[in-house]
Design a binder for this molecule. Structure first.
Ligand code: UD1
Length: 423
């Protein structure tokens, strides 16, 4: 298992090009199941999660090739309607094949994902939503078995706004007979992009980007092409790399990103003392004299993303005072805290609230990656910790950051990938 070895305290500045959004790709790829033919997804990032989704689609007989960030998916040869446990356990987003399979083929067998390193992550909203569209769903030996002659339109109200369930039910509803109304739908940019892709495929969706989606089912969709939106979490993580460098940083410029998608983070960074300039597809952060302690509470889009909570805590651990960081989306998502404490941070967690008392400096140590965003926060802390930080198990980072160490090296960081210890 690879690890990152970081010698902290190097001057960081320069440009970073942001890649395609992982969470958009993970929805667009299974959406291609809804039509027979060849779809091209450009700006697809080269990430482990994308490879996992690719392997899953390939086990169903779908042919996929990739060149220069464009993934070509030919669904004409699909011959299996099953998502086996070995794939789903690696990545929960595998559940995205459920809606398209039932909608187009009237059958699907998808393994239940199980928990996550930081707690249970249910899929009840996916199952209940697709059930409301008329699918018969049974749970058998750890699998969701769904059947339907043809799905029909229905009113679906999500108790909780869920990105995955909105995407799954939307993909099921586009081929259902009649009109589906999804209330309290997720409004994340990745769901907007999925809607736009489905519309390009011939779907009829109204209310895109709002919490109320109205979908008129059609008999058939056709394959289509799309360019994946930039990854807002990768963008946010690199902005924090600039911010956390403080006086030891020059300006950091992100290119090929969408500043609107990281509006909440930019506001928080400004509150913390940053100067941030934006253009249509770029963001520039000037060096920060000092980091002010700023509270953050995660929320659904356009609120502060839960996927940036760990990185924000890393930044706040060096702020000039105490801040409170609350995660209202995932209550248990604080696996990074004990590891940041090993680097000298002063953080306590009670329920879903972290109290971060800023310290003057962090000190390098060996720390363990536990999940994707937790690992990113450890790398950020390692960039400024005195001495050497080893971040073990960086395969978590490779799930969602393309060549993170190379992009950081280009900014001046002393970070390298090495073969790590086995556990
Ligand atoms: C997606 C993102 C993930 C991000 C999360 C929240 C992908 C591939 N992943 O995950 O990076 O952290 O959105 O922005 O896009 N819930 C239920 N029942 C369900 C589904 C969800 O109770 O059936 C709850 C979850 O436990 C959580 C909340 O709903 O508390 C939001 O989760 P959701 O938006 O579904 O997250 P994902 O789609 O899994």
């Amino acid at each position: 298992m690879d690890k990152f070895v970081i010698n902290g305290g190097k001057f960081l500045s320069g440009k970073v090009t942001i890649g395609g959004a992982k969470n958009a790709s993970l929805a667009l790829m299974p959406a291609t199941i809804l039509a027979s033919g060849i779809s091209r997804l450009s700006n697809t990032p080269d990430l482990r999660d994308v490879t996992t989704m690719r392997r899953l689609l390939e086990t169903m007989g779908i042919e996929i090739s990739s060149a220069e960030q464009t993934m070509t998916i030919n669904t004409a040869s699909i011959n299996s309607f099953e998502a086996p446990y070995e794939h789903v356990k690696k990545m929960r987003a595998s559940i995205y094949v459920l809606g398209p399979l039932v909608a187009r083929f009237g059958k699907a067998k998808v393994s239940l994902p199980g928990g996550c390193a930081w707690g249970p992550r249910p899929v009840n909203l996916h199952v209940e939503g697709i059930r409301r569209l008329g699918a018969e769903i049974e749970l058998e030996a750890g699998y969701i078995i769904a059947k339907a002659k043809r799905l029909h339109g229905a009113r679906v109200l999500f108790d909780i706004s869920s990105v995955g369930a909105t995407g799954n039910v939307m993909m099921a509803a586009v081929l259902a007979k009649g009109t589906t109304l999804i209330e309290n739908a997720a409004q994340e940019p990745e769901i907007v992009q999925l809607s736009e892709f489905l519309i390009t495929m011939g779907a009829k969706i109204h209310g895109v980007g709002t919490g109320r989606l109205e979908i008129e089912g059609v008999d058939e969709l056709h394959s289509a092409d799309i360019t994946t939106i930039p990854d807002r979490i990768e963008a946010g993580t690199f902005l924090i790399a600039g911010a956390i460098a403080g006086k030891r940083g020059g300006s950091i410029r992100l290119e090929k990103c969408n500043p609107h998608h990281i509006g909440a983070l930019i506001i928080k960074l400004e509150d913390a003392g940053a100067t941030v300039k934006t253009g249509t597809d770029w963001v520039e952060l000037s060096p920060m004299e000092k980091i002010a302690p700023i509270n953050a509470t995660t929320a659904i889009y356009p609120g502060f993303p839960t996927d940036m909570q760990a990185q924000w805590i890393a930044l706040m651990s060096l702020a000039g005072g105490t801040s409170i960081v609350t995660d209202t989306v995932y209550f248990d998502r604080f696996m990074h805290v004990p590891e940041l404490v090993r680097l000298g941070a002063n953080i306590t967690v009670k329920e879903n609230i972290a109290t971060v008392v800023g310290v003057r400096s962090l000190a390098g140590a060996k720390v363990m990656s536990t999940d994707l965003r937790a690992s990113a926060s450890l790398v950020l802390a390692g960039l400024v910790a005195e001495g050497t930080t080893e971040v073990l198990r960086v395969y978590h980072i490779d799930r969602g950051y393309e060549s993170m160490e190379k992009k950081l090296q280009a900014l001046g960081a002393d970070i390298r990938r090495e073969q790590g210890e086995e556990f």
